[in-house]
Each structure stands twice: as C-alpha cells, then as structure tokens.
Design a protein around this ligand. Structure first.
Ligand code: NAP
Length: 284
C-alpha cells in the first residue's frame, strides 16, 4: 500500500478561505475580528512564528496587533498589558508567544487572559471546558490534527487511536478530542515500555514527541492513518517529523508530511478560533 498524503497546505487554504469569507460577513456588520500577539524577548524562532501568525491574520482580513517587548519586561507590566487587552473591544483573541523569559511565570500569564479571548486554548479553564465537553477554544495543534483526520473521511467512532506524547498543549488535548469523536484512545509517553505493542493495534496514530523515527513502519498496522506532529531537523539540517515517513507510507492508508502537514494547520486553527471568538462576542 502506498499511503495518500494528507495535504495540510491545501486543507489550510480551504479553511482560511472560509475564515476570510466569514470575516468579510462580520466586517459588513461593522465588526473586524482582532488578534493581539504578544512577544517578550528576542528568541529568533518565536519571532518567525509570530510574524507568520500576524501575516496570516492580514491575509484573511483579520485585524492584528503585534506587541513586542524587551526580555527585561517585568511580569507585572506584562500582566497589566494583558488586562488592557482583555477589555479592548477590538481584540477577540490574545496570544502570548512561549517561551517567556525565565523571570515570568507562564502559568500566571496564561491565567490572566480572559477565557473568552484564550484562542490558544492553553488556560486551565479552556482545558476544563475541553475535558467537560463544553464549548470553548481547543488548542490549535490538536484541533488542526482533528481536521486533518476528518479530511480523510474516516469515522472515528469505535476506532482505536493511539497518541504518543502527553504534553498539555498537544498530546493530552489530542487524546480528549479523539475521545469526544468516539474513538477508543490510548496515550503513550516516555515511560511506555513497548510503544509498538500499542501502535500496532491502532487505526489512527498521532505522534507528538519531538524525536525522529519514534514511529517506524514495523510499528504501524496496515491501513492506519498516521499524523506526524513532530518538528525536528535531520542530519542534513532539513525539517522532519517524528515518523519514518518513507517506510510508513508503504504501510499506512493516509499520512501527513513534514513540512506541509500539521504545521500550517496550527496557524489556521488560530484564525478559526479568533474568528469564532468575534462571532461569539457579537452573537453571530
Ligand atoms: P513536549 O512537551 O516535549 O512533550 C513530548 C512528549 O513526548 C512528552 O509527553 C514525552 O513523555 C513524550 N516522549 C518523549 N520521549 C518519548 C519516547 N521515547 N517515547 C514515547 N514518548 C516520548 O513536546 P510537545 O510540545 O508536545 O511537542 C511535540 C513535538 O511536536 C515537538 O517536536 C514540537 O516541536 C512539535 N510541535 C509541532 C507543532 C506544529 O504546529 N507542527 C505544534 C506543537 C508542537 P513524558 O511526558 O513522559 O516526558
């Protein structure tokens, strides 16, 4: 079997066109969805992520505000900026780029964001809403993975899904979203003794570890759907994921490439969350 590629770039383009259409409809009523992106310090990777997010907003017609601060910004000053954004009616989503400088507690900062504007879905309240099946913002990367799985046409009801990785931002919310879609879910992590034992039973495997070749072809059930969240560099310095793409594409039915799979979906779901925040705020 040669797996079909799940094209995250094409799916993103489709979803972003829908965001642009709904944004235009809101604008016609005098409301422009707005995202505030806050960056503290000079981490070069963070600067690239932030630039891409701001550009994606502009391309889809959303309003965006980029606030950049020196690494020496105090925690109190950052919290007071967030308090101001919380009450700014032009802002429907607030994203504070991680990591923050060491003297700033990221949990305090995330908790300070109004839940109605927590478009990253990282707050404890948003996590609780997901856990309780309540409406709220889903973290963008796992939300995007769900859209990628959906695009294959697979009905997750009764399927066995294995998630490798249990971070608060990817692995855990991913497992909850799969559970909500009626999959039977296993979560593996660094203390799982035999990953292959679990993944060989899986109809869907989502890998979010941050280590090359975590999943190899012998660990995949023929016909499985494989979603690769990982972002690593190979020996030639090229971007690669957590799975052995070349081997697994001969076994799986569908697979996401890296780059061009999960990556573009993360920013797309941020736009979707920001738009939906504006729609909710206006009762649309
Ligand atoms: P993380 O917080 O470092 O979590 C990694 C998880 O992998 C942990 O739960 C860890 O287990 C588990 N793990 C580590 N080694 C393992 C092993 N040998 N076998 C099984 N599990 C193992 O990372 P993250 O933030 O979730 O991100 C994971 C990867 O996705 C990274 O490469 C990151 O760059 C990428 N990512 C991509 C996007 C995107 O938009 N494409 C977005 C977010 C993240 P323990 O809990 O036991 O330590």
């Amino acid at each position: 079997m040669t797996a079909q590629l799940i094209d995250g770039i094409a799916l993103s383009a489709q979803l972003r066109a829908d965001v642009a259409r709904r944004t235009a409809a809101l604008k016609a009523r005098g409301i422009t969805p707005g995202l505030a992106v806050v960056l503290v310090g000079d981490d070069p990777a963070s600067a690239v992520y932030v630039r891409n997010k701001v550009k994606a907003c502009h391309d889809a017609g959303l309003h965006s505000v980029f606030e950049k601060y020196e690494a020496t910004l105090s925690e109190a000053d950052l919290l007071s900026r967030i308090a101001a954004l919380n009450t700014d009616p032009a802002i429907h989503g607030i994203l504070v780029q991680m990591p923050l400088p060491k003297h700033i507690d990221p949990n305090k900062v995330i908790a300070a964001i109004d839940t109605r504007k927590d478009v990253d879905g990282y707050s404890v309240l948003s996590a609780g809403e997901l856990m309780a099946n309540m409406p709220g913002f889903r973290p963008c990367t796992p939300y995007g993975c769900m859209k990628l799985i959906e695009s294959t046409g697979l009905n997750l009801r009764g399927k066995h899904a294995v998630v490798i990785g249990r971070s608060n931002t990817v692995g855990k919310p991913m497992a909850l979203l799969l559970l909500q879609a009626n999959a039977t879910v296993s979560i593996c992590h660094s203390a799982t003794p035999d990953l292959g034992y679990h993944t060989r039973q899986a109809d869907v495997v989502v890998v979010a570890v941050g280590r090359r070749n975590t999943l190899t072809a012998d660990m995949v059930k023929p016909g499985a759907v494989v979603i690769d969240v990982g972002m690593n560099r190979n020996d030639e310095g090229k971007l690669c994921g957590d799975v052995d793409f070349v081997g697994i594409k001969e076994v799986a039915s569908y697979i996401t490439p890296v780059p061009g799979g999960v990556g573009p979906m993360t920013i797309t779901m941020l736009l979707v969350n920001t738009l939906e925040s504006a729609e909710r705020a206006t009762g649309a």
